[in-house]
Design a protein around this ligand. Structure first.
Ligand SMILES: NC(=O)c1ccc[n+]([C@@H]2O[C@H](COP(=O)([O-])OP(=O)(O)OC[C@H]3O[C@@H](n4cnc5c(N)ncnc54)[C@H](O)[C@@H]3O)[C@@H](O)[C@H]2O)c1
Length: 383
């Protein structure tokens, strides 16, 4: 899946969503800022927004490309109305630059991703995910933006011992990483800007994204890392029993939720889950990956990481269904197939940019048998 195929697939998906005319009119001609637009979710969102704003609008991407081994904006599809600015959400110089483009909407997706990264670097996690967010909120209110959509995390903020399916009114103080604390804090700051300044914010709580656009790496999610190891013929490490579940959500379904969240007035000041609303077991994912990549190596098991206290994740999506007419369209088999297709088509780039420095594996650190597991490629998986 090269650039053209990615654009075609996004357009085909948008066709299936069949957005109302009011939504299409709402986006037409806008200038929209997407922070983190070169990332796994953002790189798909910007293609969709590029199509929606049309030739009279523009999508401004602010991203420091810190999630990749090399600063290569290969995930930013070069469309005429997409403007890429290499910059940092903590920098006033960079923020002034992008706000000169007069955005009327901001999708704030930039983040120091994710749990283990924040355990390893707690100060940077707070600088990016809290201070960076506050700066964005300040610039947005001063610029009078019409919508500020915040990428929160349902995987992060519900804590360790909730009742399933996860509903929006559940609150937990049992957060186990700085990333989780900062994502929760982020929602609270968005709420503050809404109540105090009437900034029209929306808190979207994503669950376990996967799909084209996510480059594997030591701090990345389980699916891209499994596919990467599978394609290299490396045995897949499961940190746990494999019976653990996640509510894996195809990235374009999250994009659908973001686009609708940006439009619907009822969403302002609200928080809601964006997920598929189904559980998938980690061991089933590992088996699917080995089958799809022809990896003959046996799966092996490591201890669960200390902060990984959630044996199951399953979201209720009722609130988003009612509030913004959100409907996930892609089942796990279909999304998985597209993900494999993207890996195969983009393999040279993915291999060059995947960030796996030797000896940095969190899964392995927790497991004890550091040497053997590192040699087999074991590392971080999923929040
Ligand atoms: N992927 C998931 O499963 C998931 C789940 C819940 C919530 N989220 C949230 O959704 C958002 C997007 O997630 P993603 O998977 O696309 O992550 P990602 O890491 O792929 O994308 C984030 C982007 O932000 C950029 N970035 C990081 N620090 C920055 C900085 N200081 N200044 C500018 N850009 C910076 C990175 O280079 C990256 O391209 C994040 O806020 C994340 O916390 C993701």
């Amino acid at each position: 899946m090269g650039y053209k195929e990615r654009v075609d697939w996004v357009e085909e998906y948008l066709g299936r969503v069949n957005l109302d005319k009011e939504v299409l009119d709402y986006y037409q001609g806008r200038s929209i800022l997407v922070t983190g637009g070169a990332g796994a979710i953002g790189s798909n969102l910007i293609i969709a927004l590029s199509k929606l704003v049309g030739k009279d609008g523009k999508v401004v991407v602010l991203d420091n490309l810190s999630a990749l081994k090399e600063k290569d904006p290969f995930n930013v599809t070069p469309l005429p109305n997409i403007m890429f600015v290499l910059g940092d959400v903590r920098s006033d110089v960079d923020l002034k630059r992008v706000f000169k483009e007069d955005p009327t909407m901001v999708f704030h997706l930039a983040a120091f991703f994710a749990n283990q990264n924040s355990v390893d670097y707690p100060e940077i996690s707070a600088e990016v995910d809290v201070i960076g967010l506050i700066k964005l909120l300040e610039y947005s209110r001063l610029a009078g933006v019409e919508k500020f959509i915040y990428a929160s995390s349902g995987c992060a903020i519900y804590g360790s011992y909730p009742k399933l399916p996860l509903k929006e009114d559940f609150i937990s103080m049992h957060l186990t990483t700085p990333y989780q604390v900062n994502k929760m804090t982020g929602e609270m700051y968005c709420n503050f800007y809404h109540h105090h300044y009437e900034l029209p914010i929306v808190n979207c709580r994503f669950f376990n994204s996967y799909g084209p656009g996510e480059v594997p790496g030591q701090y990345r999610n389980v699916i891209p890392n499994f596919i990467y190891w599978g394609m290299k013929g490396i045995a897949l490490p499961i940190t746990g029993t494999g019976e653990e579940t996640r509510d894996f959500t195809y990235v374009m379904d999250l994009v659908q939720g973001l686009v609708k969240a940006g439009y619907h007035r009822e969403a302002v000041g609200e928080n809601f889950n964006l997920a598929r609303g189904k559980e998938v077991k980690i061991k089933d994912v590992a088996e699917m990956v080995n089958r799809a990549t022809g990896n003959p190596e046996p799966i092996y098991f490591l201890w669960r990481r200390r902060w990984d206290t959630k044996p199951r994740l399953l979201a209720s999506i009722e609130k988003a269904e009612k509030l913004i007419k959100y409907t996930p369209l892609v089942d796990f088999d279909g999304g998985f197939e597209k993900n494999i297709e993207w890996f195969k088509d983009s393999w040279d780039k993915i291999e060059a940019l995947a960030d796996f420095p030797p000896g940095m594996s969190s899964a392995v650190r927790g497991a004890g048998s550091i040497r053997g597991a590192v040699e087999r490629g074991a590392t971080e998986f999923k929040d």
